[in-house]
Design a protein around this ligand. Structure first.
Ligand code: ZN
Length: 130
């Protein structure tokens, strides 16, 4: 039951354009930390999309769930199956979908949405500092 879907494709394209023209340093966008890289390895979902920066491998998407009522799951990366299970059982929570390249460490928030049962909806949305 995904809702309030926000797509960051346009911002991502603009960011990549800035990288290509040298206005943004690679080090600023290819900065996935070890925690994110590990999450990509263990909870990520492979895609067919080649990394827009290094073009050496396909990016992996990692979904992070946010909702204080989720307890220890709050702020952690979860697989698609786990999110589906939560969607049908937990109160409203926010999901941030981040694409990650495990070769050059490019990472970008590509989508966010609210899932879970409608009760308790309207929680404050968290933003990833980027
Ligand atoms: Zn890459």
């Amino acid at each position: 039951m995904h809702r309030q879907i926000v797509d960051y494709a346009l911002a991502r394209r603009e960011c990549l354009a800035r990288v290509r023209t040298g206005r943004t340093a690679l080090s600023q966008v290819c900065d996935a930390d070890p925690y994110l890289l590990r999450a990509a390895k263990f909870h990520g979902k492979p895609t067919d999309e080649v990394c827009p920066v290094c073009r050496k491998e396909q990016v992996t998407v990692v979904s992070w769930v946010f909702g204080e009522h989720l307890g220890h799951i709050h702020g952690s990366a979860r697989s698609a199956g786990e999110i589906e299970a939560l969607d049908g059982s937990a109160g409203a929570f926010t999901v941030h979908v981040v694409e990650v390249c495990r070769t050059c460490r490019w990472n970008y928030l590509v989508q966010s949405y609210v899932a879970g049962l409608p009760e308790g909806a309207g929680r404050r949305r968290r933003r990833v500092a980027k």
